[in-house]
Design a protein around this ligand. Structure first.
Ligand code: ZN
Ligand code: FE
Length: 749
């Protein structure tokens, strides 16, 4: 006869962990209790030593799929002589560091019940259990209990209450449990009036979609705008109404079989597609749908994940639906009903509205099965707010990220919680969302401002940085943008001391010297900080920020250093007059900045190959260039030599222009450009590694979202060097907050 006190930390709340413990205790004839605490789950068990050992073994080996145990502490304690095993009420006290589970997709058991006419939850769009359903998107506070979720408005009826109370039931303590008798419902609003009833409203929505209408659909973390992806008129209408010219739309497919008819799905991509976060997966397109993803070799597809999605498809909705965040342009996704009606009026023909409130906006995540492993390009629903890593620090840290693709990271008790994707802070709505999210995290984890170290980007004009200065904390640190990028890669793998060559190829970031960086090579580690040892040769960028929107403007800057540039207004280049204006800005040195941005070098190449218009979303010209290059077979790299600790782009651009003048197919030129960049990066990396006895290279920054570039790098690399890319947070600015937090926590910089 013995007794143990066990503390479990990790994702252990809202994922059926206590019922699992309960069943396990009963199976092993143990007595005692289990309890949700703010820092995890605590267990007291009493019984024979053999039973206790078996219990502890099963605890880590057999836990529910959605749970993640980060630590399990077992201590001896005195037996109290409990008569049975019980689940006790949650305790509050001390700062919470329990992890709330990300939202989970509908499980197979619930899916079966959803379509079982004999089940009380037949065709009920809010069916869920401890293994599935909303979590983060309904949680209003911690610990995670029904009274602190948006389900608190719906008292349970006898059926739900019985299941909720029964430790042997799949819905035991499933906080969002509901049924048609007691729970929320869907309704459909359109110009013809309101349709009530789950079944009637979903069927009507499916019919409207079939007829080519645009329907706003409330899902897990906010509203989507949906239409039939095979209907070119609907897609065009959606683009016009949404003011979204060319940025690709994600497609929800009825099933993975449907997905296989439109994209080339590798095993890894298929696994990613069906993984619990159910992200939008980017994969090579094998079918084309007018207006869905113009001039892009990939399509973004996702599977149904909420019961509503399954019901829509079962009710006859088209098998391929555009599912795009409900907003205008790049504002944050709408998630409150009134706000959705207001912001989407003129876009949506009808609204399929669910009564359950969304506690906070959580957009779909975006991922790709890349050559160096899965890459998350937007980390949001299904991933957030999971703790990405545990840092060896005790003080709480808030890192506020970058201004584009913003996320924030809160480190509490060493655990780094990375927020959902917030967006570009130049939009008022996104800025409001940024402030809300900071407040949300601070309140959820009840952090005291006085104790908090705030970390922000060094850019003096970043909105995130100026907001950081207004926060009522006592300590602040600025971290340089590209050091944060490369730090994020090491941080994800919890590698604190190992030295690496950090390469950040990126759009823009504020450099130490006040110029715009973005083609940077560092040596260092998270503990020692990063020294810039090498960079892309500086170019002059005329027009400042506008250069990022007009590739020809970048071209004017980069080409001003190249000898013998032909008349680019004539054939085959056909540059618009903006190019001349850019040249005159350059001559007068008006609004002209020095920059080592690799992103702008890609823009320059795109301009020279025909992308001479304004971009309509970030990274568009580079994506266009990659799309073009994929049409060509592998090519000899253009020269991209090293000179005086810089990579010299001049021979690269000279060769490109020569080939273009000689009529070489532009896809081949684009391919040789990618090869040249890959070759140059590796040459430089190799040299720095050798000079500093380093055998690890980490790559981060927006340019490394380019899968073709990564493929070229992977195929050319020397096996003596290891290359790591981001796995858990995005290589784009969505990963900045984690890098900021890690570097601030570990190094004196
Ligand atoms: Zn379920
Ligand atoms: Fe960046």
């Amino acid at each position: 006869m013995g007794a143990r006190r066990i503390r479990v930390r990790g994702v252990v709340q809202g994922v059926g962990f206590r019922p699992f413990v309960y069943r396990l205790a009963h199976a092993n004839a143990l007595r005692g209790w289990v309890l949700n605490q703010e820092n995890g789950v605590e267990i007291q068990v009493e019984g024979s030593d053999a039973d206790l050992d078996a219990f502890i073994r099963s605890l880590s080996a057999e836990h529910p799929a959605a749970a993640q145990i980060s630590s399990l502490e077992v201590g001896q304690t005195a037996a109290r002589g409990f008569a049975e095993f019980l689940i006790r009420e949650s305790q509050r006290g001390g700062p919470p560091s329990a992890r709330i589970s990300p939202d989970l997709p509908l499980c197979d058991d619930c899916l079966a019940e959803l379509f079982d006419a004999a089940d009380p939850r037949y065709q009920y769009p809010y069916i869920n259990c401890t293994n599935c359903g909303p979590r983060f998107s309904v949680a209003e506070g911690l610990p995670y209990d029904r009274s602190r979720t948006t389900m608190r408005y719906w008292p349970m009826d006898p059926l739900c209450a019985r299941q909720y109370e029964d430790p042997l039931d799949r819905r035991f303590h499933a906080q969002p449990v509901a049924c048609p008798a007691c729970g929320p419902h869907y309704l459909l609003e359109s110009a013809d009036g309101t349709t009530h009833g789950d079944r009637a409203s979903i069927e009507r929505a499916a019919k409207l979609l079939r007829l080519g209408h645009i329907v706003a659909i409330k899902g897990i973390g906010g509203y989507h705008l949906s239409c039939d992806a095979r209907n070119a008129d609907s897609v065009r209408m959606l683009r016009e109404r949404k003011f979204r010219k060319e940025k690709p739309f994600a497609l929800m497919v009825k099933s993975i079989e449907t997905a296989r008819t439109i994209v080339d799905l590798s095993c890894e991509a298929a696994a990613l597609l069906s993984s619990p976060p159910r992200p939008i997966v980017l994969a090579p397109a094998i079918a084309e749908f007018s207006g869905v993803a113009p001039e892009n070799h990939e399509l973004g597809v996702l599977l149904p994940y909420s019961p509503l999605h399954y019901l829509l498809f079962a009710s006859g909705a088209p098998d391929l639906l555009v599912m795009t965040s409900a907003n205008r342009s790049s504002e944050p996704i709408a998630y409150r009903d009134d706000d959705a009606r207001k912001r989407l009026s003129g876009i949506a023909d009808a609204y399929l509205i669910g009564e359950r409130p969304v506690a906070r906006r959580v957009e779909d995540s975006v991922a790709r099965a890349g050559v160096f492993g899965p890459t998350i390009l937007r980390r949001s629903r299904g991933y957030a707010p999971g703790a990405v890593i545990t840092l060896p620090v005790s003080k709480p840290i808030l890192a506020v990220g970058a201004d584009l693709k913003n996320t924030i990271t809160l480190v509490i008790g060493g655990q780094a919680f990375v927020s959902q994707h917030i967006g570009d802070l130049d939009h008022y709505e996104a800025l409001a969302a940024f402030r809300e999210t900071i407040q949300d995290f601070i309140e959820m984890y009840r952090v005291e401002w006085d104790d908090l170290l705030v970390v922000h980007d060094r850019h003096p004009e970043y909105v995130s940085a100026s907001h950081a200065l207004e926060l009522p904390s006592s300590a602040r640190i600025a971290v340089q943008h590209h050091r944060a990028h490369v730090s994020s890669v090491l941080a994800e793998r919890q590698v604190w001391e190992r030295r690496a060559v950090g390469i950040s190829f990126d759009g823009t970031g504020y450099g130490d010297d006040g110029t715009i960086w973005g083609g940077e090579f560092f040596t260092g580690s998270l503990v020692s900080g990063w020294t810039r040892v090498f960079h892309l040769r500086n170019a002059s960028l005329p027009g400042g920020d506008a250069a990022a929107r007009f590739p020809v403007q970048c071209a004017a800057g980069f080409l001003s250093q190249v000898e013998g540039v032909p008349d680019l207004l004539g054939p085959p280049f056909h540059f618009p007059r903006r190019y001349l204006l850019s040249l005159s800005l350059l001559r007068k040195q008006l609004r002209t900045f020095q920059s080592s941005s690799a992103g702008r070098l890609f823009d320059t190449a795109a301009a020279l190959l025909g992308f001479t218009r304004e971009i309509s979303f970030e990274g568009q010209a580079a994506i266009w260039l990659e799309h073009l290059a994929r049409e060509a077979p592998p090519a000899q790299p253009y020269p991209f030599p090293i000179a005086d600790n810089t990579l010299d782009f001049r021979p690269l651009l000279t060769a490109l222009i020569q080939d273009r003048l000689q009529g070489r197919p532009i896809c081949e030129i684009a391919r040789a450009f990618h090869a040249g960049i890959a070759h140059g990066v590796l040459q430089a990396a190799q040299r720095i590694c050798e000079a500093n006895s380093i055998d690890l290279v980490v790559l981060s920054g927006g340019v490394f979202q380019n899968e073709l570039l990564l493929t070229e790098i992977e195929s050319r690399r020397k096996r003596s060097i290891e290359i790591w890319t981001n796995l858990a947070v995005p290589p784009n600015d969505g990963g900045i907050s984690l890098g900021q937090a890690a570097l601030a926590a570990l190094s004196a910089q």
